[in-house]
Design a protein around this ligand. Sequence first.
Ligand code: ADP
Length: 271
Amino acid sequence: NIGKSQAQLFDKNNSTMTFKDVAGLDEAKVEIMEVVDFLKTPKKYTDLGGKIPKGVLLVGPPGTGKTLLAKAVAGEAKVPFFSLSGSDFVEMFVGAGASRAIGRASGKRISTGGNDERENTLNQLLTEMDGFAGNNGVIILAATNRADILDRALLRAGRFDRQIHVELPDLKGREEIFEVHIKGLKMDKTVNINFLAKQTPGFSGADIANVCNEAALICARKDKKIIDKQDFLDAIDRIIGGLEKRTKLITPEEKKSIAYHEAGHAVIGLK
Ligand code: ADP
């Protein structure tokens, strides 16, 4: 039923993403290209008696480039690539309605109640995956930031039995991601990639993309023509502020300890 679903086809004709757009993640790229190689030359593996994996799960925090990586595969592999979100799956297999995450372990669901769309979707997905004969050239790539709560049945051999980990970028990774996202920005010489990467530990690729865009907006708001270092610093503050708002309430005790911590930064900064 894929033709009737919301699935979007990406192939060499319309996927403009390539691995060049995905900064860092070198190991993940190697692993994912291996999967592509399974697809293109299955014989190489099956002649040796090997079984081709059917599913690969990309695991890592939000905004680290899992979707980006999957889309780049379409551009690099030159194989047809269908993309679908979790909620589309529910509609495709079960009917319009629920758009909650699929694949959650039964004990840990939020809603209760008998005829659960989530459960039906999961079962259907498992059935479909089992339906693919071992080497018929279909591989399912999925992405999650909560591999810990997935139904074990999904991770069993013959389903998503391979996992590729996509982690938050380190200093070098952040430099590379900045490199990708400052392309096209009009900046002066005060902007230094290494400096920016040092200011943004814990930022995901998505956060960094945000910083770059926000810096341009801040610059425009000041009616300037060229983005400088201060615009980036303001953007970083803004993203951190934004991130803080999303987290839960802070107790007075936590606030006090954060205040000490931040005062520490201030002292070191002055020194
Ligand atoms: P995920 O699927 O892991 O939640 P996405 O792949 O959707 O994250 O990333 C969101 C956006 O963040 C991307 O469209 C891109 O602009 C930026 N981004 C994330 N990771 C990277 C990366 N490694 N290199 C370049 N850009 C990145």
